[in-house]
Design a protein around this ligand. Structure first.
Ligand code: SF4
Length: 385
């Protein structure tokens, strides 16, 4: 594999792995209650995964009550049709990083419909401009060294850049800043959603999600139904465990979005679209998730918080990066490819590459038993299911 032979990628990954482990261990030492909270979150997720349709219904009602619009998309095609009807053509769109968007080829779909789309997460922006694909769920450009970023920015901005990280970040900030305020639509996903209040939790460090979901007049969120939990209190716990295992003591920002922007400051008349979006549209996508939830073993994949911890422990990922994956990576990615993307060829390649060493399970806050799932998946593949 190309990546395995690329020394620079290996160096970038080994640095990232070292710093992830040190940061996560420090964060867990500083906030030791997180380990117990992760057990509670596992219980919350186990129950929520069994009632995703009910929770989506409940969240939809809460969102409509809050004057937003909610949609349930049974399939990927349904989700794309809803998005097309909301977005239309020739729009400028700023987008937050979204694995669910990646799953359905959202950016490509919007572009095919004549829209101009800007990924606003720095790593995702680099990947978009390189015409590449993400190699990690949290750090999509984990494999791209600063020299390559400098070369890329020199090309797209038309000015010579040295591999000075601070200058590169400033250049991206300058370029994207005006897009946030020119955009017709901001798009995001969510890390977790509270069904009782219809609240989206968005965890980030860069501040791009705040801008993308706050500056344009319309906010559209595409959310996988596995992100739903019953209450605001549950959602907070999921969020805290997610960021801690994603190697942060605390992230720079957590945004909670429940309704369009509104004010009652003039004669107490509620008016929508004060400083933030006038419209909020939230699409809950099933696309195979409720079927997967019925499988006694493989349903575990839906508990995943996308903290990325397992990837840093995986010995195969350490040398191949995102090549050991499809829409999602490593062992979890194999199950996702089989059961959600329904790409058995890809799933087989991943399932038989997995070493079933179980190092991922030890790190996983949801104790997802990847080796157990991989053995089951291989059985399904052999049986031709
Ligand atoms: S499988 Fe576990 S460790 Fe890996 S991303 Fe999901 S929650 Fe995190």
């Amino acid at each position: 594999m190309e990546a395995a032979h690329n020394e620079r990628i290996r160096i970038a990954l080994s640095r990232a792995i070292k710093s992830y482990r040190a940061n996560t261990n420090d964060a867990l030492k500083k906030f030791p209650h997180t380990v117990k909270m992760a057990e509670e979150v596992l219980e919350i997720k186990e129950k929520a995964i069994g009632q995703m349709e009910k929770l989506a219904q409940q969240a939809g009602e809460a969102i409509e009550e809050n004057k937003g619009k909610a949609y349930i998309a049974k399939t990927v095609d349904n989700a794309l049709t809803i998005i097309t009807s909301l977005v239309g053509r020739n729009k400028l769109i700023v987008k937050g990083k979204s694995m669910t968007g990646e799953e359905i080829g959202l950016r490509e779909h919007l572009e095919e419909h004549g829209n101009e789309v800007y990924e606003t997460d720095l790593g995702e922006f680099i990947i978009q401009k390189l015409g590449s694909r993400p190699m990690h769920i949290l750090s999509p450009a984990i494999h791209v060294p600063k020299e390559d970023v400098a070369q890329l920015f020199s090309k797209i901005i038309g000015q010579e850049f040295s591999p000075d990280i601070e200058k590169l970040v400033a250049a991206a900030r300058k370029l994207l800043r005006e897009k946030f305020f020119q955009a017709d639509i901001g798009m995001s996903s969510a890390n977790v959603v509270a069904a009782d209040t219809g609240t989206l939790f968005l965890i980030e460090n860069e501040g791009n999600i705040r801008l993308a979901t706050g500056a344009p007049p319309v906010h559209i969120a595409l959310v996988g139904m596995e992100k739903l939990v019953p209450t605001l209190g549950d959602a907070y716990k999921v969020a805290e465990v997610t960021w801690r295992y994603a190697n942060y003591a605390v992230p720079s920002y957590v945004s909670l979005v429940s309704a369009p922007s509104k004010t009652g400051d003039i004669e107490k008349v509620t008016t929508y679209g004060a400083h933030g979006p006038k419209e909020l549209h939230i699409i809950f996508m099933d696309a195979g998730r409720t079927d997967l939830a019925k499988h006694p073993l493989l349903r575990q994949v839906l508990y995943c918080l996308r903290c990325g911890g397992c990837l840093y422990e995986c010995p195969v990922y350490a040398v191949t990066a995102g090549h050991f994956g499809d829409k999602y990576f490593a062992g979890v990615g194999a199950v996702w490819a089989a059961m959600v993307s329904r790409d058995m060829e890809k799933a087989a390649a991943l399932a038989y590459t997995c070493l079933t060493c179980g190092r991922c399970k030890v790190r996983c806050p949801m104790q997802i038993d990847v080796p157990e799932m991989i053995v089951e998946l291989r059985k399904l593949i052999a049986e031709g299911d």
